[in-house]
Design a protein around this ligand. Sequence first.
Ligand code: PLP
Length: 391
Amino acid sequence: MRYLDHAATTPMLGGAIEAVQDELGRLGNPSSLHTAGRQARRRVEEAREELAAALGARPSEVIFTSGGTEADNLAIKGISRARVGVDDRRRRLLIGATEHHAVLDAAKWCQSKEQAEITWLEVDEQGLLAAETLRAAIADDPDSVALASVMWANNEIGTLAPVAELAAVAHEFDIPFHTDAVQAIGAVPVDFAACGGDALALSGHKFGGPAGVGALLLRRDVACEALLHGGGQERDLRSGTPNVAGVAGMARAASIAVNDLVQQAARLAQLRQRLIAGVRDQVPDVVVNGHPSQTLPGVVSLSFPGCQGDSLLMLLDGQGIACSTGSACDAGVARASHVLLATGVDEVLARGSLRFSLGHTSEDADVDAVIATIGAAVERARRAGITSVLA
Ligand code: PLP
């Protein structure tokens, strides 16, 4: 198989597999007072320190979660509830238009169940969200804002946000700033302290750790209400026995990925350019989405006029190539991706989009396979499209 879907999940790094395996053979609930418990606790704290060091955070700022989705939910719901609790006027959530559903749907839930209001922050045609857009949204009514949330790197088109600038604008108005950095960790430099944000979501399986474990980095001075109640673990913000093997593997993956970042990013950026150029040779009317330079090194979003993305995906899958469509499937009907629509791509073209994403195991042969297959696949998908219109 040629795997070009690393943004969905990437293979675990060898060092992370070892860390998980070592831990699986050990015993102890980190909350237990006996020796085995205290040892387990120490290993969780070592993982916390290792993760924090890789990401420019303090260990006490790391709240382990079950993944990126939970970290985003905790930030959006937890921080906004705490803000409304102090001042009932603060009901407005400022949310990037191209956020992942973990943020989008958490915000919409607050809107439907907790009388929150959402102000969508628009992006330009390359997916960039300007600091001025955030400033204008706040300036409308600064006292009504609960929080702002803008993703560090977009999972569909790869566009990066000017996170430090955005956080600085939010702070001018004393507004907490959350960023979903799930796709950024290990791909571009991420330093929690330097970016100035208040909360940052990450997920182990996106950078070579195990799935089902993640973290919210949360500054100590930011009020947040727990979503899960119980044993009081993780600063009483996320009760539940920690996944010791998971956090050990995730922390190890973070150190390795961050350490290899510069070299990997240069390698992936070259592969990405070759992929784009090669596909263009085969399909001259292909449209490349996203930003030409402010982008993840490994993500390529392409729209193929006259094609359905899911037909194209299945044709490529038949040739042993794994990638993603840019669309969400809603009750069996392919819908255009909200990310592409937010950048102004028209709905029909958006439905003909694919995401190829590269990672640490990607090699020239993966790109060669796409270039060798894409021309014929697009032709077949176009014919299929015409046939279905006629039928
Ligand atoms: N945020 C972004 C940008 C993502 O790409 C993803 C996963 O695709 C998530 C959040 C959710 O992460 P998890 O799979 O760990 O719940």
